[in-house]
Design a protein around this ligand. Structure first.
Ligand code: PCA
Length: 214
């Protein structure tokens, strides 16, 4: 496997997740001469570790671009860290609301992502896609996936380079949210980005990572 792109299942108040759509569309594609495998991860503290370990079965990927939805985010957010803390703002898809728990007991406080994050930001801006660097991915499942990736790569002494992109809502999700009975209580501004643009963003990130890891 050359490149692994992971997305997440839908969670919370939406039945779609742009990260799942991107992972599905890119599965089997070739980007910058590299074969891409797309996989969808569960929004579940109980299941995420095993699910990630499974997608790392032989041969391990050279590059991992993990993805998730950041509700209300207006641009592509390039995450630089995962921290050893699960403190959920809402229950996961098993109904579990984890509070103040280490993801890996006795693990280091954080792992830094190892893709060329600044070069990815520049490439995205060049491609006309709004993007920013971020130093916290929160304390929910996206952060857990970053931390667990860092932990797995270190424990297996792999050369895999990994990164994480938080994506905005798709316009269809915002329209569905606004169509709910409680829409009037929602903020006036709920940003979104088209799936086509997000696909281009992830392709650009993979190509930038591939170019810099040769
Ligand atoms: N976003 C959540 C978890 C799954 C997803 O797509 C997060 O930001 O943690």
């Amino acid at each position: 496997m050359d490149v692994l792109v992971t997305g997440f299942e839908p969670f919370g108040n939406s039945d779609r997740n742009p990260s799942r759509e991107v992972a599905r569309v890119l599965d089997g594609r070739t980007i910058a001469g590299l074969k891409v495998t797309g996989r969808v991860l569960p929004v579940s503290m109980r299941a995420i570790g095993d699910a990630l370990a499974r997608v790392f079965e032989d041969p391990p990927p050279r590059i991992v671009v993990a993805l998730g939805l950041a509700n209300g985010e207006s641009m592509v957010r390039i995450e630089r860290y995962g921290v050893n803390l699960a403190d959920f703002p809402l229950a996961d898809n098993d109904g579990e609301k984890v509070v103040d728990r280490a993801i890996v007991p006795d693990g280091p406080p954080s792992f830094a992502t190892t893709l060329p994050n600044r070069a990815i930001r520049e490439a995205l801006l060049q491609a006309g896609i709004p993007a920013r660097l971020s130093n916290t991915a929160g304390t929910y499942l996206c952060n857990a996936s970053i931390y667990l990736l860092g932990d797995m790569i270190r424990k297996r002494a792999l050369e895999t380079r990994f990164g994480f992109l938080h994506l905005p809502y798709m316009p269809e999700q915002v329209a569905a949210l606004l169509a709910t009975p409680h829409a009037e209580r929602q903020p006036k501004q709920v940003p979104s980005m088209s799936l086509a643009t997000m696909l281009r963003a992830v392709e650009t990130a993979v190509a930038t990572a591939a170019a810099s890891s040769i």
